[in-house]
Design a protein around this ligand. Structure first.
Ligand code: SF4
Ligand code: SF4
Length: 100
């Protein structure tokens, strides 16, 4: 899966001109998992999923793989996948703790 990777070699730019451009996973902004600011998490009900790929296509963070498994280290909980799923196979549930 082509999902975001944590960059350990990133050096913060000193000027605007030094800023890299591109998807966040390549600019160095994504230095660690961004799950910390998620209040809701998407849960896939695989028995309802027809593998249409809509969620895989639409996820802005690219954290859903082709098996429709979600990388919770990087999912920010935006809910787009659940909103767009034609089968309502993704449910957004409240985060209730570290091992939720
Ligand atoms: S909630 Fe947002 S970031 Fe998380 S898997 Fe769904 S679309 Fe991607
Ligand atoms: S959008 Fe819904 S039905 Fe389509 S692959 Fe994703 S979870 Fe499955």
């Amino acid at each position: 899966m082509n999902k975001p990777q944590i960059r350990t070699d990133y050096v913060f730019p000193k000027t605007v001109e030094e800023l890299e451009f591109g998807p966040c996973c390549r600019t160095g902004v994504l230095l660690e998992g961004n799950a910390g600011w998620r209040t809701l998490r998407p849960v896939v009900h695989h028995e309802l999923c027809v593998k249409c790929g809509t969620c895989w296509t639409i996820c802005p963070d690219g954290v859903i793989d082709r098996n429709i498994d979600i990388d919770y280290n990087f999912c920010k909980g935006c809910g787009l996948c659940a909103h767009e799923c034609p089968k309502k196979a993704i449910e957004m549930v409240l985060e209730v703790g570290e091992d939720a």
